[in-house]
Design a protein around this ligand. Sequence first.
Ligand code: ZN
Length: 416
Amino acid sequence: MPSPGENLRINSARLWDSLMQMAQVGPGIAGGNNRQTVTDADAEGRALFKSWCDAAGLTMGLDRMGNMFMCRAGTDPEALPVYIGSHLDTQPTGGKYDGVLGVLGGLEVIRTLNDRGIRTKHPVVVTNWTNEEGARFAPAMLASGVFAGIHSLDYAYARKDPECKSFGAELARIGWVGDEEVGARKMQAYFELHIEQGPILEAEKKTIGVVTHCQGLWWLEFTLTGKEAHTGSTPMGMRVNAGLAMARIIEMVQEVAMAAQPDAVGGVGQVNFSPNSRNVLPGTVIFTVDIRSPDQAKLDGMRAEIERRAAAICDDLKVGCAVEAVGHFDPVTFTPELVGRVRAAAEKLGYAHRDIISGAGHDACWTAKVAPTTMVMCPCVDGLSHNEAEEISPEWAAAGADVLLHAVLETAVVVD
Ligand SMILES: [Zn+2]
């Protein structure tokens, strides 16, 4: 059967209504949400989502990480399912759309197929991944990471929240441990719709981001050792100033990132001066350099240059310098064939689009390790996310879900 025409659209009002209903669960204090993973609010959100899936005729698979797989059957029992997914958990002061749009956008795709009586060869499965945010239990994307074989189940169960409650015990407490082995499922493809969480699409008046890559990153923790000394009585020539070395390194990181354009970033977001007293030169300075690029060679090159030049800066100032890599993700290249389907769908539907690189981590970054994967992005106001004020328009949400619908249908194969 030929591909559905450009008149096939999701029901924008129904999608928006579902987003607003989910936002009632685990309300924040400033108009957003606090629906952190494996809390009572998470359980309530899951139950609401499941009730909608039940009404849409979907059957649920639940794995030992609490990942929910809501399946609409295909016509070919041998065909691998096409997955759509994201997450319903939020930051402690999170927004109404980060993650939620991808899950409820997937549900809306299925509701639309039901409305139109469209059958597909491959099953279509909407997934809610547990603990994408990592705010309560680090690291982020924990359950999709277990699914992709990055973490073991035991490692995940043993993660502790700030109150020393374990992930495994809390998942059991809220009643969402399934018996399905994590990662046993094979995917024909995985699609994730997500808000951009950055300002590019809105600034360029594009409705759709065709996501080609996820950035890789290095977090480099620097420990600089100087000499604590009185800021008034120590002559300039006799100082061993770890703070000055840090300042020069931050400036240098900026230069390295600027020289690696386009599509590379670098900066310092966390610093710790000790003793952090206004009239004492710091004896110890600890700070983290965060560098990112979608290009592995460029990313590793930036790291090497930063470490080499930092050593020279510290030598010059007689400051001790130790570097430890405390975080790393490889860059991800999404499956070109699926990326092409997202681009073609945006084109067909008449939505202004551009290729874009995800600056944040997503469950799709882990599924890409085990399945053909890609993402669709829509704008968010002022690029604001991980903030209760996070906002999108109903038109942007609908455009994202429309593109998802058509890209998924190309992959799941419409049956006459
Ligand atoms: Zn998210």
